[in-house]
Design a binder for this molecule. Structure first.
Ligand code: SAJ
Length: 416
């Protein structure tokens, strides 16, 4: 079997490498020349544990090739991004459409086209089918279409791609069967078979479930501040209940999925008040964190703020849609000077500096990411370098201090 994978990003490339390592001949296609050249040199264009080794393995086996052009194959797999059109609050399908148009030029009888990109319900059945049928071939007779959404989590992609259960949705039985046989080559989890529209809906439901739950946690966190209680303790105890699983409050939701997928679900609906509200709550959290900072630095002339962590979540270098950006921009508008420390991130819109330099002369540390390293920080030593000892720990990750002079004020830790 030969697969042509379109889109060599966080999902497409790992998927391509797993197929290539499991007896399938893979051509990986991307329009980004830098990505192709990096791969030709047998290097990963981004970091994700386990994949550099896998790439070297498939380079040796010669089962993976990177190319800028789509070519004939038995199977086409689309894993290009689906950006969010913020103005229209809907999915922007331009990359999916253009990938399918490229496939149309080399589609043959018997081919299978799998869409892994996240797409709104009915996209396979309506839009994608129509584009591919411009080849002159007919879906469910001459070729087959399925949707197999990716559910692996960045930071643990390899393990989750292999071990997670997967959903396979097809436009017809044959599409489902062909797709199942293919994924059986490396997936150890269960494969659940259904229609393409159900699979599209399932993927969006999963991320929406998480978004709405995080919004609930954020709202509970803000309420707890009003009652002056520790939300983290309250959640921990509430979650001892067998049917309660309250998520964690924080500075908002980042990443390329959870913050946008709910909009794909609501784009065609006139009644989605809960999902919309949750999105808005999560989007507004950086404003709330800034409010906490303002309360602390009030009265200080030209405050210097130190941001701890700009990755969208802990222990990874990924900053896509990180809530840190909104916080930093708002803080700048407020007239604060910003210094940023992140042990993982190297490329960012703002300079990332060393820990000591970031803390030197600071008036407030604001933790926005739960990197494990922050758990072991020696706040005593760090605070000696600060001008004023204030901390807003939006992730509750810093070591808990209970000595005199340390006051715990809601989600905010005030250091003596
Ligand atoms: N977050 C909270 N509180 C929580 C959990 C998360 O504030 O209790 C924040 C995180 O800090 C982060 C964001 O939410 O900013 C999202 O992080 P995440 O770890 O929940 O998820 P992602 O975006 O890295 O990956 C998700 C996963 N989806 C689900 O868990 C339902 C993953 O399985 C999907 O494959 C991925 O989206 C995707 O590609 O759709």
């Amino acid at each position: 079997t030969k697969i042509c994978v379109l889109g060599l990003g966080y999902i497409g490339l790992p998927t391509a490498l797993l197929f290539a390592n499991n007896g399938i001949d893979v051509v990986g296609v991307d329009i980004n020349e830098r990505v192709i050249n990096t791969l030709k040199g047998c290097s990963m264009p981004f970091e994700e544990k386990g994949f550099q080794e896998l790439l070297e393995e498939v380079c040796k086996k010669e089962s993976f090739r990177a190319s800028m052009k789509v070519e004939e194959a038995d199977v086409f797999l689309v894993a290009v991004p689906t950006p969010f059109d913020a103005e229209l609050r809907m999915a922007d399908l331009k990359y999916v459409v253009s990938a399918c148009e490229m496939i149309t030029t080399c589609l043959k009888k018997g081919n299978l086209v799998i869409i892994e990109s996240t797409i709104p319900p009915k996209t396979c059945e309506k839009r994608i089918r129509r584009i591919l049928e411009q080849s002159g071939l007919k879906s469910s007779r001459d070729f087959y279409i399925s949707h197999c959404p990716e559910r692996a989590i960045p930071g643990n992609t390899l393990d989750e791609m292999v071990n997670n259960d997967r959903v396979i949705g097809g436009l017809d039985e044959k599409a489902i069967e062909l797709t199942r046989d293919l994924y059986l080559s490396f997936v150890k989890g269960n494969l659940y078979l259904t229609t393409s529209t159900t699979a599209e809906m399932i993927k969006l439901m999963e991320n929406t479930y998480r978004d709405v739950n995080i919004a609930l946690a954020n709202e509970l966190g803000m309420l707890a501040e009003d009652y002056n209680i520790n939300i983290w303790e309250a959640i921990e105890i509430a979650n001892k209940h067998p049917r309660v699983n309250i998520h964690k409050p924080g500075p908002g939701v980042g990443g390329h999925c959870i913050a946008i997928d709910p909009w794909f679900l609501t784009e065609n609906a006139n009644n989605s008040s809960l999902i919309t509200l949750a999105r808005n709550i999560n989007d507004s959290m950086p404003i709330h964190v800034l409010k906490k900072v303002k309360e602390l630095v009030n009265g200080i002339e030209n405050p210097v703020i130190t941001v701890f962590g700009v990755a969208y979540k802990g222990d990874i270098a990924d900053t896509r849609a990180t809530p840190a950006i909104k916080f930093i921009k708002l803080a700048e508008k407020e007239g604060y000077s910003i210094k940023i420390y992140d042990p993982f991130v190297r490329e960012f819109e703002y300079p990332i500096i060393g820990l000591e330099e970031a803390v030197e002369g600071s008036d407030c540390i604001v933790v926005l990411t739960d990197h494990t390293e922050f758990q072991e920080m020696d706040l005593d030593i760090l605070c000696q370098r600060m001008r004023n000892r204030n901390i807003v720990d939006s992730k509750n990750i810093l070591p808990k201090q209970s000595k005199p002079g340390f006051k715990c004020n809601r989600n905010v830790v005030l250091l003596g």
